[in-house]
Write a protein that binds this ligand. Structure first.
Ligand SMILES: NC(=O)c1ccc[n+]([C@@H]2O[C@H](COP(=O)([O-])OP(=O)(O)OC[C@H]3O[C@@H](n4cnc5c(N)ncnc54)[C@H](O)[C@@H]3O)[C@@H](O)[C@H]2O)c1
Length: 254
């Protein structure tokens, strides 16, 4: 059983160190925002991380604060993902967990968004999440207490923002993909999704959140999403699978 009485660090008196000690985790979208923040937090918690992203420069900057290996890969390219997953597993000695944080957003009313743009959003956010997960499954099935955490969106729960049809559809798909995988991979692998509201990352640049829609009247810092991802990845969530955890300041009910 985990010893929660260990000495806490003076740097952050609230933190119990080493919640992911020895875990080997693939993090996609690791070159920016939520993925980068998660990779750094996971490193602080004792994990080894394999950083996946298509942005080589961003990966390099993330690497400076993580004990990681980087893979410049587009998550929609199944052969490239398979090769990167195999290499990551060889480098880390296996894979215990996946965080699917790579994603894109497009804005536009349904009448204006052509099918090609719709397909790209579905391809990255939903199919890409599926591809990375399926390539990791054989490794996860060999691991102890394996996990997948998919970053969906509050719009996957309550798609009430005009101009986000494709994005909301893709994220609703991620919520249900998560549930389907949770059923299929139980009891070996726990699979959960996080549904953030607006988060202060490059993806949100140029958008002005109406914080009146949020009970907490503010957008999230990426660290607040990373902490929820940590919870679902750690043994503290050992009885949680198939969940869609809203980390949205109350947006989805407010
Ligand atoms: N920022 C928000 O307000 C918000 C809200 C809800 C959900 N999310 C979700 O959280 C996740 C992370 O978003 P973020 O805010 O950190 O955004 P971000 O733009 O800062 O980071 C996304 C990362 O994904 C990478 N990426 C995109 N397409 C890729 C592809 N095909 N292959 C490999 N890498 C790819 C990008 O290069 C980037 O590094 C996304 O799934 C996003 O939809 C974000």
């Amino acid at each position: 059983m985990e010893d929660l009485t260990r000495t806490r660090t003076s740097a952050d008196p609230g933190r119990v160190p080493g919640r992911l000690a020895g875990r080997r985790i693939v993090v996609t979208g690791a070159a920016s925002g939520i993925g980068r923040t998660t990779a750094r937090l996971f490193t602080q918690e004792g994990a080894r991380v394999a950083l996946f992203d298509r942005d080589a420069g961003g990966l390099q900057r993330t690497l400076e604060a993580t004990a990681g290996v980087t893979f410049q890969v587009d998550i929609t390219d199944e052969d490239a993902v398979q090769a990167a997953v195999d290499e990551a597993a060889a480098a880390m000695g296996g894979i215990d967990g996946v965080v699917n944080a790579a994603g894109i957003m497009t804005k536009g009313l349904a009448a204006d968004v052509r099918a090609a743009d719709w397909r790209r959003v579905l391809e990255v956010n939903l199919t890409g999440t599926y591809i990375v997960s399926r390539c990791c499954v054989p490794y996860l099935l060999e691991a102890e207490s394996a996990t997948i955490v998919n970053i969906a969106s509050a719009q996957g729960l309550l798609p009430n923002a005009p101009g986000h049809t494709a994005y909301a559809a893709s994220k609703g798909g991620v919520v249900n993909l998560t549930r389907a995988l949770a059923a299929e991979l139980a009891p070996k692998v726990r699979v959960n999704s996080i549904c953030p509201g607006m988060v202060d990352t490059p993806m949100a640049d140029g958008y002005r959140a109406n914080v009146g829609n949020y009970a907490l009247k503010r957008v999230a810092d990426p660290s607040e999403i990373a902490e929820a991802i940590l919870f679902l990845t750690s043994s503290q969530a050992s009885y949680v699978t198939g969940a869609a955890l809203a980390v949205d300041g109350g947006r989805s009910y407010h």
